[in-house]
Design a protein around this ligand. Structure first.
Ligand SMILES: [Zn+2]
Length: 423
């Protein structure tokens, strides 16, 4: 036996622990036998791994399995999940949001503040976000839960591996070491933090719990101040080798069109984004409340508003048809204010897809409305942080030790101190 064997065995066990946990998460209250079948692992191995997962309070026994046969009924397993929570965070132009979600997907709590983040330096905004989550972190600790991590959704190009925001034109941010700054503001070095583009997170959330659940391949497009997008391919995010793929908002519709914040011309965002919509609808400045006015006017049947939305729909449809020709997507999911405009956008978008996508007659493309709406990005952010546990259950502490002796997954003491300091 070589010296590397115990390490290999440990690595294999950790890998199998993840396989079994995901089989429980994805199954319908499976028995140990069901899991052995689903994972091709030996039943004895499965029993040992399940015992480990029960010990870590990730899985629990839950009565008789649905297909338990007569004779010796099989015990059903389900995710336990209450002990482990993750935090989804979001910074956008005019708000900060947090949401605490447990492994069951239940929202424990959420909150937000409205503030104009364009008017202040990134460090101030990150400090405000850190302050917003002081109390929630304290409540997580008081409930005996473990914060496994937090993901921050940002409206721009991000490099998650370096924790760096490269550029967020609408926030006016460039080259910000977001993860380092937020960690410093939180005063806790051991919270697992990561950042991700907000539309990518929203696309993942729609894939996991929303309009994209039945689709392996779809394009999520959301209108907010800019136009964001996330491409889901084979059930996961498509980023391309650079990691920056999916920037549908900066697809060129008109080579010599009006200038865009990205430095290009005639992008989807400049021709079919919020400013363009409001201008076409005759409603001036770029305020989110104005979208409600456009919706109200369209509901009253006012021609100018309806025609403005239809023009935006046609332009989006032209861009989406090019995208669908390239990617072979089966569905488009409209989020942000595009979801509010869905009743009027759907028909012109479908008309362009029908006309321009070569394969459309054989493989029609569904135009769907976001189910998660404004909560999509923050839900995806929490979901991504929870994935860390599903991918590597061994990172969850076993409960054989007393709570005081546990490896702290979050600096509970830091949260308490911060809270006391605020009072
Ligand atoms: Zn652009």
């Amino acid at each position: 036996m070589s010296a590397a064997d115990p390490l290999d065995r440990e690595r294999m066990r950790r890998h199998n622990l993840g396989l079994v946990l995901r089989a429980v998460a994805e199954g319908d209250r499976p028995s140990r036998t069901d899991i052995a079948l689903a994972t091709s692992l030996h039943k004895t191995t499965v029993s040992s791994l399940v015992a480990d997962l029960i010990d870590r309070e990730l899985v629990r026994e839950a009565g008789i399995a649905p297909d338990g046969t007569v004779g010796r009924p099989a015990v059903a397993l389900e995710l336990s999940g209450e002990r482990y929570v993750a935090m989804g965070l979001e910074i956008n132009v005019d708000h900060l949001v947090y949401r605490v979600v447990d492994l069951h997907g239940r929202v424990r709590e959420q909150g937000s503040v409205r503030q104009d983040n364009r008017a202040r330096p990134p460090s101030e905004t990150l400090a405000a976000l850190a302050e917003l989550i002081v109390e929630p972190r304290l409540r997580i600790a008081q409930a005996g839960s473990v914060l496994v991590g937090a993901t921050l959704a940002l409206p721009g190009l991000v490099d998650p591996s370096r924790g760096l925001l490269l550029v967020a034109p609408h926030l006016g941010w460039r080259d910000v070491a977001v993860v380092d700054e937020l960690r410093a503001a939180l005063d806790t070095p051991d919270v697992h933090l990561r950042i991700e583009n907000e539309a990518n997170l929203a696309a993942l959330a729609e894939r996991w719990h929303g309009a994209g659940q039945t689709h392996e391949d779809f394009v999520y497009v959301s209108g907010y101040i800019g136009v964001g997008a996330g491409i889901v391919s084979n059930g996961d995010l498509h980023r391309g080798e650079t990691g920056f793929g999916g920037e549908f908002g900066h697809l060129t519709l008109e080579a010599n069109g009006p200038p865009c914040v990205c430095g290009g011309n005639g992008c989807v965002e400049t021709l079919a984004g919020l400013d363009a919509l409001l201008r076409l609808a005759g409603m001036g400045s770029s305020r989110q409340s104005r979208v409600d006015e456009v919706v109200d006017a369209a509901e009253r049947g006012e021609t100018r508003a309806v025609e403005a939305i239809e023009t935006v729909g046609t332009l989006l449809g032209v861009g989406l048809a090019s995208t669908a020709n390239l990617l072979g997507s089966r569905a488009i999911v409209l989020g942000g204010y595009f979801a509010e405009l869905y009743p009027w956008l759907r028909t012109p978008i479908e008309a362009q897809l029908r006309q321009r996508v070569l394969a459309f007659p054989w493989s029609p493309i569904e135009v769907l409305r976001s189910e998660l709406r404004d909560g999509a990005a923050v839900s995806g952010a929490a979901g991504l942080a929870l994935r860390a546990i599903l991918d590597n259950p061994a990172s969850a502490p076993a409960s054989t030790t007393e709570p005081e002796d546990e490896e702290p997954a979050t600096a509970v003491e830091g949260a308490v101190e911060a809270d006391v300091a605020l009072r």
